[in-house]
Write a protein of this length. Sequence first.
Length: 554
Amino acid sequence: MKKSFLLLLISIVFQISHAQETDVNKVYKSAIKNYESKDYKKSANDFTRVIELIDGIENLSDYVLFIGASIFSGNKDEKETFRILNYLVHKRFYSNIDKFKNQDVFKHWQNKKEYQDILSKIIENKKTFPSRNRKKITTKLLEAKALLKEDNGKLWGHKIWSDNLIVIDYDKIIYSLVKLSDSKSDNDTLYYKTMEPNTLVFVNTTQKYQDKEYATVLRNYLKDKSSTIIHELFHLLHHKFRKLNGNSIDYLDETDARILLRLEFQALKNALTTIIENKDVDEVKTFLKDAVVFRKKRQKKYSKYLNDEVEIETLEGLANYTGFVLSSYENKYKKAIDEIEERERAKTYTRPFPYATGPAYGLIFDYLKIDWKKGLDQVYNFAKIYENSVLNSKLNVSKKRLVLAQRRNNFTEIYEQEKQREEEQNKLIAYYTNLLIKEPTLKVPVSDFDNYGRTYNMNGTMTLRGVGTVYSSIKGRDTSKGENFGDFFTTEGKDVLGVAGVLGYEKDGKNYFVFPLPTKITDTKIIGQFYEIELNPNWKVIKQKNGNMQVVKK
């Protein structure tokens, strides 16, 4: 078990509030801290509290449950240890035999029949996993196909389903409902094969494979009621009509901009809650107007970003809206609120924001029976849609109107939270400025960015104004067959803001990544405190006079 538990927050279900999640994470951190210091009794008490706060073990991830079983085992609590382990192997089909057998705190149960039964079930689960996995993937793909067949182009005027859809698993097996070259099938419904090196990137996106454009979805995203599948297939359709920029919007890391965006989020949540509670439609319109007031105030101050902002909102906002609307989620308004709260908790808003605003505005416009969808070749500006279709005039953001909107939407608490966050952000800026700019670094060029895939946690990024973007959790993969330097990844468990950081920036039309100096270099690997680079054969590391290093072609 890794010593980096403390850096990994708990993975929990969506149905809890932000306050509850904060409490759960706090207690979970305490459980891990006590476990690592071998105070198993305190750790077990903490984890028991976690289970209570989350309303049962069924609402915890496999990863967290395994930690919980380890904690109770360390405390010699046989009943709770085997309750969790039995749940894992029988309900979640846990199959990581090596991790289980190598966990020292379980070894004092080895002579017990229950331990041996669990071990046998894990072995069985591992053996049956491939067939169970294929069956589950088939079911999920056919569910999505049925939903889109039912839509039949009604939402956007075009059919969204495409056979150009690939599911990527982390064991590098890819799956499709149509035959790919060299793929095989158990039942002529689902085809699968091992992914060739340097072809696809592990990310939900659209990417080229065997000279065709595909929507790609990671297997662990298949449990979200078809939302991600539909989201990515919408991108595939959307790209046929218009290419849009997905650039991060740097100003949204500014405190005043975040305050206004959070006020907009709050107003949208209030409007959606009002719909759920079946209150007067005028109240929905009031909160919608508040949201647009905050939006216009923010966008007026940062008007030079407006074009890029509405482009990324059209790109990702419409895709997320489409995924929500055509998914099998029962309460889509509640799901839209959950999405806002998830994006609101992000350390940065520079890229996550449209995933929240797109579904919210779209669902509210639909509720108000606004004919707002004008085709896939358009750029959508939600403030203008509101003015043209709801208000029928331009919205004047007067000081009085702004103050009244603030009072209705939790201004005082949001303001105080963001001012506190500003202090934390300034510390992060100072940390990364020193780590990636002032101190000696390793500079890595990306020669062919079109053939360099990047997967990163958008909630784990931050902007160094005038320099570039820092990624705390990122993987890069070269698909150019040697034109780029190679592949890299940040180390799991250390890939959080305030610890790990890779700087990405563009200068004079060229793209670069910047890493702290490595701790170890071989012919093929560069290893740092929180990253690892796998060099292509025709690249090497050179030292520079100022203490910096650079990766260059041989």
